[in-house]
Write a protein that binds this ligand. Sequence first.
Ligand SMILES: [Ca+2]
Ligand SMILES: [Ca+2]
Ligand SMILES: [Ca+2]
Length: 558
Amino acid sequence: MGMALPILAKGFRGVYTKICMRMLALLLIFPLSLFAQSYYPSPSDWAQQSIYFLVLDRFANGDTSNDDLGKGEYNPEDVDFYHGGDIQGMIDKLDYLKSLGITAIWHTPVVHNQWLSPTYGRSRYSGYHGYWAYDFYNVDPHFGTLELYKKFVQEAHRRGIYVIQDIVVNHMGDFYSEDGKVLVQDGFPNRPAPPFAEVEKAQHYFNFNGTTLYTRGFGNTLDDLKTTNPEVRRKLIDIFKFWIRETNIDGYRIDTVKYVEREFWLEFIPEILAYARSLGKNNFIIFGEAYDYDNLVAFKLDEADASVAAYTWQGEASLFPSMLDFSVSAAITKTIVGTTLAGSPLNREGQPLPGRLGSFQLIADRFRTEVNLLYSAQAVSQRITFIDNHDMPRFLHATKANGDWKKLQLALLLLYTLPGVPQLYYGTEQGFVQPRARKGTSWGSENRQNLWDSGYRTDTELFRYVQRLNALRTTRSELARGWFVPLLVDGPYGNLFVYRRSVRNNQLVVVINRGTMRQRVELRTWLPQGGVDLLTERTTGASVEVEPQSGLVLAPKQ
Ligand SMILES: [Ca+2]
Ligand SMILES: [Ca+2]
Ligand SMILES: [Ca+2]
């Protein structure tokens, strides 16, 4: 503008200036309406979406120049260190995800992390996973820049894919000792960044004394933010408004929810949701992780449901719009492979202990009225369901012992045809089989392998199967919003599970045979004319033979 003005005629220049001033005035008067137009709208219904959860450092490496930043944090041979995955990689592989048929990405935190833990030391563990924040206002240089992240969100939206960012408000990295001294040895970076940088205010921002796992700290050495302090609350609310405003994301997955006091959520959640609404995002999703490990291990799924669902209420109003549903994960695993990955009892080699198969009633119970009523009306149909994630052994780890890929397909069939919003953990579509824990221990990063090791194949039976399930899931309203009615639970040999998903006059009947014998199922009562299996396009009669370890998704024959 300044370059062009001198060559304009004098009179024209006055008019030009006037126009500029008017445009400026308009901008000052209508900034909010302009913003509202430029933000990507929320989906009308999250229950129609299909989520893909990826570990950013392990999904795709689009820029090798940012892999090793020279502090000893990069080691592709060790799963506990940075491996090189980045934002450019996510952009490069959007078409791969589009072809898989997913409609939303949940990625691990993108914020600048503490790269090395001063407590674990250089030889033990790095912040590749994103859950050890150093600077809440910047992107980790291993992943790229804020500008590149904005481009990623834009490119995802261009393909009709929503972006859900993983965030942590409970803690940051490990910068202070238990008595509040700065730990300078060996950690990088070794001081938190603004707005929590002032060392003299550390007592104000963090809990130090007598760190207890459940109410104050997490992981013992990570610095627990003093979320009871109004100033800390304000800073955290500002941070997570910033990310919505700047990057146009569509939702948050919130880590370690149970380690933050309820009063914090009563303030944080409504204000973030209202802010998203003010930008035109009327259905911004927030789902929390409250991993009720003790009840899951004890297989007390009703109790686990109750503790998780409590986060979706605030008196009569709703609070968290959704939560991760660990009970469904446990129930599917127990019925298909006999172990519970959510609880994952492990033997010394880190192998889940084998157990007896559970009754399909375990699954049906997760959606019975008494459980549904534990959730807010908003959250009940958009609970995030899954069969595994980055905190548990991969589903195939438990089934691989039997050489049995079919069990994974059965579990996925359940996941995509039961109520809830299905979430696939990256690598499942490539048949990844790793346990969670390192040999001889009960924890580690073994289940977070590089997806690039798979070659991103799209021609395998497993990939195609997930494609078909996604296509069904995202196009059939029966599966997104339909009533769930169990029709046959267990059957004559305990191996059959038949249920209906229906919305208005449309219905689908899902038939599962987990046994190793072919089994005949009478469908006369539910599908008198027989049906069409939407997975294979095969038509059936009212009585159908179901192959061993397989399932059907039947639409009534027209
Ligand atoms: Ca890289
Ligand atoms: Ca806390
Ligand atoms: Ca610490």
